[in-house]
Design a protein around this ligand. Structure first.
Ligand code: M6R
Length: 608
């Protein structure tokens, strides 16, 4: 979850590291630090709790020497609280190290190498640094290989050795790293956003290989006895720097909400052939859709909510079991999947560790795996049998918005293709389905243009410490995402309930002026949802009702009505998602909170 950057080359390293960390801050923002290799091989270290700007201010006053290599880190605390001491890099003898991940056996290593009196921080990362220092006898590759043999857990490390000035070493297990050799030096980072100001060509650091960066070359070694060379596949970034900037928007989240129509087009249109969904260019054969007898969807958070919507769309048409699991639970559920199961993995980052673990378990069970992933070359994308990339571009705000919409678009297309190849849809029906999917794009644009109207809800919502989202059927699946969005960035306790379930306990929490965001877009349960809304209204709730443009409803039912353009029931999630995202955004804004980097969270959850 932490951000990592390393640079060696002719340019001023300090600036590159600080700029890189500012771009990577969304990965973790408890504290930040850099280590720079100075002319005399002395290492200058700066570590500060808080945001990267604290570190920058400190460096402006304390580190002025010109430097050409160094490593930097933004932290999301796991072991040890948020403090300057626990921030990375960690120093141990000749070793300076930054770490992303968790060293599970740090305690055993502390005992084995008698580190108790050497450690100054409370971190597992410092244990790795101290252990490496003890293993180091002048050969960095051998020491790193020996360290890796001892480690349990997930990690990516960038390491400098005092007696190897200008060189940076790296190694990874699970936690992501990308690297590039450019005309202006060599770079390594946890995330492409730190590399794209300097290059469009990069490679994904393979697991269990060691990387050595020198000012103009990057070498990759197998971790065998002779450290034979490995030549990674060079990839090209398919988005530009603008995509990772705010471009005049006050927050990434608002920008990303606005980007949704384009992201939808980019994801859908390349896969439309004669009006039908076609995954030939993605090399996804129809056989995987035809041969399965059940579908298991696995994901976390917002991605899992997209999966829940997909289930509600797929199951009635395909008439086979479609199951959705939370990735962190899946492993412990003794899942009923086998070689006749199609496992669909959904992940924006492609690095979420629980989702990755579930993918690996699915392979062990002999299932075919299809990943819906946004980040090209990510671990989940590489390890899945098949990948359907969503083309949202980089999503920087911690709260997922455009990634959710395009995940849904991809899942709707999968559903349509499956129905077609399994004979559940005629070509005409599939054609109609896809046409309706494309029709949601202008509906999303309409909602975005009505944002000032949606903003007015924020004043009411922030008055209460609690908020409830209710709906039935698909509307309930949307409610789950609405509640997550609101709670993660406004810190208002928000819960989603199937509207019919309220009477079984939750209605006890409804009192005067408690906001209830009620979603009523599904015709077949509309009347029942309206009755449930009446029940909360009768108990004093402040009702914000989301419904279709032409829906008929009594004026006194809701305090605020937010209407979406008429799209058919199965497709209302797209405009509704925009409304829910804007409600959360404006609530966070009204509370003057950090919209893009809410407390305790990080964008990519690479620890269990
Ligand atoms: O990168 P992933 O899609 O695998 O991430 C999954 C969740 O961590 C993510 O969707 C999270 O719930 C969002 N921050 C919510 O807005």
């Amino acid at each position: 979850m932490c951000g990592i950057i390393g640079y060696t080359g002719p340019l001023e390293a300090r600036q590159i590291l600080l700029d890189g960390l500012a771009g990577l801050e969304y990965r973790g923002y408890d504290s930040a630090g850099i280590a720079l290799c100075l002319e005399n091989s002395h290492i200058a270290l700066a570590k500060k709790a808080g945001k990267v700007k604290n570190l920058k201010e400190y460096c402006d006053h304390h580190i002025t020497a010109s430097t050409h290599s160094g490593i930097g880190h933004t932290r999301w605390a796991t072991h040890g609280g948020v403090s300057d001491i626990n921030a990375h890099p960690h120093r141990a003898g000749k070793v300076t190290l930054i770490h992303n991940g968790i060293i599970e056996n740090y305690h055993a290593l502390t005992e084995q190498f008698h580190l108790q009196n050497l450690l100054v921080s409370q971190t597992d990362s410092e244990v790795a640094a101290q252990t490496l220092n003890q293993l180091y006898t002048g050969d960095p590759l051998a020491a790193i290989r020996d360290l890796v043999k001892l480690l349990e857990g997930s990690y990516s490390f960038c390491i400098m050795f005092d007696d190897q000035p200008g060189s940076i070493y790296a190694v990874r297990n699970v936690s992501p790293l990308v690297a590039a050799a450019t005309h202006s030096g060599s770079l390594i980072a946890s995330d492409l956003t730190a590399l794209i100001p300097y290059t469009r060509e990069y490679f994904v650091v393979p697991e269990q290989h060691i990387v050595k960066l020198t000012p103009y070359k990057v070498h990759v070694y197998h971790m065998d006895d002779t450290f034979s060379k490995y030549y990674p596949e060079i990839m090209t970034v398919n988005w530009n720097m603008d995509a990772a900037m705010k471009n005049g928007f006050p927050h990434f989240m608002l920008k990303e909400i606005h980007e949704q129509p384009e992201a939808m087009r980019n994801t859908i249109l390349p896969r439309v052939n004669k009006g039908l969904p076609d995954f030939s260019d993605d090399h996804i054969p129809d056989s995987i859709f035809k041969q399965c007898d059940q579908v298991q969807i696995i994901a976390c958070g917002t991605a899992m909510h997209a999966g829940m919507v997909a289930r509600a769309i797929m199951q009635p048409v395909l008439r086979i079991p479609i199951m959705v699991s939370i990735a962190s639970e899946f492993r412990y559920e003794e899942p009923l999947i086998d070689d006749k199961s199609l496992v669909i993995i959904i992940s924006q980052s492609g690095e979420t560790i629980d989702t990755l673990a579930a993918l690996r378990l699915a392979h062990q069970c002999g299932s075919t795996t299809l990943a819906v992933v946004n980040v090209k070359g990510s671990t989940i994308a590489r390890e899945s049998d098949y990948v359907l990339y969503t083309h949202a571009g980089p999503e920087i705000a911690v709260a997922s918005t455009k990634a959710y919409s395009v995940q849904l678009a991809a899942l709707y297309m999968i559903s349509c293709r499956m129905a077609l190849v399994r004979g559940k849809y005629t070509p005409q029906e599939a054609y109609g389905f896809l046409a309706q999917l494309l029709d949601v794009i202008p509906a999303m644009e309409t909602l975005i243009s009505r944002k000032e109207q949606i903003k007015k809800t924020a004043d009411h919502i922030i008055k209460s410490p609690d908020a409830f989202f209710i709906g039935r059927g698909l509307d309930y699946a949307f409610s789950l995402e609405g509640a997550l969005k609101l709670k993660e960035i406004s810190y208002i306790h928000s819960e989603a309930y199937a509207a019919g379930e309220l009477k079984h306990g939750t209605i006890a929490l409804i009192s005067e002026q408690v906001p209830v965001i009620a979603i009523a877009t599904q015709e077949h349960v509309y009347a029942k949802t309206i009755s449930n809304i009446r029940e909360v209204k009768a108990r004093g709730a402040f009702v914000i009702l989301l419904l279709k443009e032409n829906a008929v409803v009594d004026e006194d039912l809701a305090d605020i009505q937010l209407r979406i353009p008429e799209v058919s029931d199965h497709f209302t999630v797209f405009p509704i998602a925009v409304v829910l995202q804007l409600i959360a955004y404006y609530a966070s804004l009204a509370k003057n909170l950090d919209v893009d980097q809410p407390r305790n969270l990080a964008k990519s959850v690479t620890v269990e």
